[in-house]
Design a protein around this ligand. Structure first.
Ligand code: ITT
Length: 199
């Protein structure tokens, strides 16, 4: 059976597809690109979970298929959780990773190493066309560097050093990152939910 993922990011599709396959689930995962006429939904929620649910419900309603959506971001302790749900457009323009990262580094430039805690958070939602919904979350705890390092990944990866590692997320291989990442955890937590609702 078909399951649709609300993203235009092919990396996310590959990752969730691998997790479903590894769990032995037969579902055929397709990206929202397969349905180009469906407009993007406004992310008006105030939490990752609310935004993930909004996206999943909109896509399930529009396609008549079970839909998965995720919302994620970086939460900085000393900024009371910001950028949070605004991570993708922290410096103004949506998806300007370089500007977002530079602005954040400037905002915490004077913060000492003992107070540079942060985490990536991800909420993953599953919605059915009949309105049934579930949402799960994952987190990756770490500290923020003073300067970027590494070229893998995207977004804030070059400045987040996961707890227990000496490298940044951008210095991990994709496999290493998926094993510990907020999104990897959330997608893996979705497996029993898919099993329960889409048996
Ligand atoms: P889609 O909505 O098309 O899936 P997006 O780029 O808007 O893609 P997200 O909502 O998942 O992606 O992520 C929001 C922002 O949070 C993203 O632009 C990054 O700045 C940051 N972020 C999320 N996950 C991250 C990760 O694994 N590594 C680095 N930064 C991340």
């Amino acid at each position: 059976s078909r399951l649709i993922l609300a993203t235009r990011n092919p990396g996310k599709i590959t990752e969730l597809r691998a997790i479903l396959a590894e769990a032995g689930l037969p579902h055929d995962l397709v990206g929202a690109d397969a349905y180009p006429d469906i407009p993007d939904v406004k992310e008006t929620g105030v939490t990752f979970a609310e935004n993930a649910l909004l996206k999943a419900h909109a896509l399930a309603r529009a396609t008549g298929l079970p839909a998965v959506a995720d919302d994620s971001g970086l939460c900085v302790d000393v900024l009371n959780g910001a950028p949070g749900i605004f991570s993708a457009r922290w410096a103004g323009r949506h998806g300007d990773d370089r500007a977002n990262l530079e602005l954040l580094l400037a905002q915490i430039a004077d913060i000492d190493d003992a107070h540079r805690g942060a985490h990536f958070a991800c909420a993953a939602a599953l919605a059915l066309p009949d309105g049934t919904e579930r949402v799960v979350e994952g987190r990756l705890l770490g500290t923020l560097r003073h300067a970027p390092a590494g070229t893998n990944g995207f977004g804030y990866d070059p400045i987040l050093q996961p707890e227990g590692d000496t490298r940044t997320c951008a210095e991990l291989t994709p496999d290493e990152k998926n094993k510990i990442s907020h999104r990897g955890q959330a997608f893996r937590a979705l497996v029993p939910v898919v099993r329960e609702l889409l048996a």
